[in-house]
Write a protein that binds this ligand. Structure first.
Ligand SMILES: [Fe+2]
Length: 308
C-alpha cells in the first residue's frame, strides 16, 4: 500500500517509493530504497522535500496518521494511479518552472513546454482517474505555484471533457490552466508573498496579473486565443463584477468560465500548512452560494463530474 507522508514522519525500516519536491532538495541519488540507516532518516527529515511516498508492503508503516486526507489506496489499480500522478507532477514541474522563470525575467515563454506538460496531465486523467487531483491538493509554500497550476490544469481538462469539448480544445484549456497566473511573475515578490492583508495599492498591483499574463503571451504570436482568453479573463464574473474588463454573461467564453471554477475550487480545497483545507463538499456548498460569480450550469456539471 502506498502512503504519502511528511518527511518528518519517516522512520527506520520504511520503504521509500518516491520523494516529492524539486530534485535540488532530494537528498538521495537512489529513487527507491529501504531506510536502514539512522543518518538517512535524519537526512530526509531535515530536507526540504514536500512529501515522501512509502510502500507499507515492502517496509514499515507510519505510526502517525497519513498526511493526505485521501483514503489510502487499497487496490493495485489505485496504487498504479497514485504512482502515475506523482510521476506526472515530477515531469511537469521543471517545465512549468522554466516557463515561469522566463516570464519573471520578461523573456519569451516556451509555450511548447505547456503543451508537453498538458499531454502528461491529460493522459494521467484518462480513464476517470482522479489521483492527480488528490495528490496536488497538498501544497507546501514554495511549491504552491507549480502544484496549483498543475491542479487547475488537471481540473480544467477534466471539466472540458465532462462537457464534451473536443480533445484539441480540452488540451488548449489545460494549457490555459497551466499558464493562467503566469502574469503573477511580473508582480513584485514582496507583494505576491505577503501573508497579511493587502492594502489598496498592493491589491491594485495583484489585480494587474491577468493583463500582465496576457501581454506577455500575446506578443509571442504562438499562443492560441483560448489560452490568451483564460489568462486575461479568469477573474471575470458572470454578473459583470469581475476584473479586468467587467465582462458578463455571454461575453465570457466557456473555457474562461471553466477556468474560474477550477481556479477557485483548487484554491479552496488546497491543503496548506497555515490554513485548514476545505473539504470538496464544503467548497461546493460555498461556491454554489456565490450568487453571480460562476456559470451555474457548468458548476453543477463540475461537481457532478467529481462525484461531489
Ligand atoms: Fe489569477
Amino acid at each position: 500500500m502506498l502512503k504519502r507522508i511528511k518527511p518528518t514522519h519517516v522512520r527506520l525500516g520504511m520503504f521509500v517509493e518516491a520523494i516529492e519536491g524539486s530534485w535540488i532538495d532530494h537528498p538521495f541519488w537512489r529513487k527507491q530504497f529501504r531506510l536502514e540507516r539512522a543518518t538517512d532518516v535524519e537526512k530526509l527529515k531535515s530536507s526540504n522535500v514536500s512529501a515522501v511516498i512509502i510502500n507499507t508492503v515492502k517496509g514499515l508503516d507510519v505510526t502517525v496518521p497519513s498526511l493526505s486526507e485521501r483514503k489510502a489506496p487499497s487496490s493495485p489499480r489505485e496504487n498504479a494511479e497514485l504512482k502515475r500522478a506523482v510521476q506526472t507532477i515530477e515531469l511537469a514541474k521543471p517545465m512549468i518552472r522554466e516557463m515561469f522563470d522566463n516570464a519573471r525575467r520578461g523573456g519569451i515563454v516556451p509555450v511548447s513546454y505547456a503543451a508537453q506538460a498538458v499531454e502528461h496531465i491529460a493522459t494521467c486523467m484518462n480513464s476517470g482517474s482522479k489521483a492527480l487531483i488528490e495528490v496536488t491538493r497538498l501544497k507546501s509554500r514554495d511549491e504552491y505555484t507549480f502544484l496549483h497550476s498543475i491542479a487547475v490544469s488537471a481540473l480544467m481538462v477534466h471539466l472540458a471533457r465532462a462537457v464534451d469539448l473536443n480533445e484539441e480544445t480540452a488540451c488548449d484549456v489545460g494549457m490555459g490552466g497551466l499558464l493562467h497566473d503566469i502574469g503573477k511573475m511580473r508582480i513584485p515578490r514582496k507583494v505576491l508573498n505577503k501573508t497579511g492583508p493587502l492594502d489598496e495599492r498592493e491589491m491594485r498591483l495583484i489585480r494587474l496579473h491577468p493583463s500582465h499574463g496576457y501581454q506577455l503571451l500575446a506578443r509571442q504570436g504562438d499562443v492560441s486565443r483560448v489560452i490568451l482568453d483564460i489568462c486575461l479573463h479568469h477573474h471575470e464574473r458572470i454578473d459583470g463584477r469581475g476584473y479586468p474588463k467587467g465582462l458578463s454573461g455571454e461575453e465570457i467564453s466557456i473555457p474562461v468560465r471553466i477556468s474560474s471554477i477550477c481556479d477557485v475550487y483548487d484554491a479552496l480545497t488546497s491543503v496548506r500548512a497555515y490554513k485548514k483545507a476545505w473539504s470538496p463538499r464544503d467548497a461546493a456548498r460555498f461556491m454554489l452560494e456565490q450568487e453571480g460569480q460562476f456559470d451555474r450550469r457548468l458548476l453543477m456539471q463540475f461537481f457532478h463530474s467529481l462525484s461531489i
